[in-house]
Design a protein around this ligand. Structure first.
Ligand code: HEM
Ligand code: HEM
Length: 180
């Protein structure tokens, strides 16, 4: 923390995570809207691969964001910028975002791992096969993936509502997350 904002890396990561999540929602609609795969129709592959690759990379980005944020946890003490109730609400919201992103990614990975299709991370690293193809397991994890995605969308909506509130109050909270 440089006294003005959270610093370049953290600000960049936060933005990248936000863009990735919007892409993941968009790509789910894109990939599932395409006709089922066959020898003739293979164009589902690209959106699926992008969805999985970005989703897996997101876990690492989230881990780094948490690490940097904990490293600069002194900034939590800047209570003059937020009332105690607001601090509690934003803390709960942020914790929920971390937990839900992780749950969505894990359930997505497990759902994908129980299909016959393997995952090659960024077309470079073959991820090990942890399950044999299993339709029931796939349905279970796919259901968890969908429900946790909806829950994530709800907490992100609250997050954006909070951001809008701080933007109107012009209390410096937005600036410290956007300033380089
Ligand atoms: C998908 C979209 C987004 C996600 C997943 C997301 C995620 C997060 C997370 C996890 C944190 C907590 C960081 C921490 O303290 O550990 C955070 C903080 C923050 N986010 Fe977002 N964010 C998103 C979009 C936005 C947008 C569009 C804005 C508007 C500018 C915004 C403004 C903020 C602010 C101001 C904070 C810091 C509040 C503080 O300093 O206490 N976020 N965000
Ligand atoms: C925050 C991260 C993620 C979000 C927001 C997200 C969101 C979604 C959404 C909304 C769907 C559509 C569900 C439906 O209507 O049936 C979906 C499908 C899917 N996602 Fe994700 N996803 C994420 C991460 C991942 C990851 C990390 C993987 C795997 C490595 C993955 C694999 C899949 C697969 C295989 C499907 C299609 C099959 C199914 O319905 O489960 N996702 N995702």
């Amino acid at each position: 923390m440089n006294g003005k904002g959270y610093g370049k890396t953290l600000v960049f990561l936060h933005g990248l995570i936000a863009v990735s999540i919007f892409f993941l929602f968009f790509s789910s609609w894109w990939m599932l809207g395409l006709p089922l795969a066959s020898t003739e129709f293979t164009f589902r592959e690209l959106p699926f691969q992008l969805h999985k690759n970005i989703g897996i990379t997101l876990v690492f980005m989230l881990g780094l964001l948490l690490y940097l944020r904990l490293k600069y946890r002194q900034s939590n003490l800047r209570s003059d910028m937020m009332k105690p109730l607001m601090q509690k609400l934003s803390f709960i919201n942020h914790v929920m975002i971390y937990i839900l992103i992780l749950s969505v990614c894990i359930s997505g990975y497990l759902s994908s791992a129980s299909t016959p299709w393997d995952t090659t991370l960024w077309w470079l690293v073959d991820l090990p096969r942890i399950f044999q193809p299993d339709e029931e397991l796939n349905e279970l994890f796919s259901g968890i993936h969908i429900w946790t995605s909806w829950a994530l969308l709800a907490v992100i909506t609250a997050h954006l509502g909070g951001a809008l509130y701080h933007a109107f109050r012009n209390d410096g909270i937005i600036k410290r997350m956007l300033r380089w």
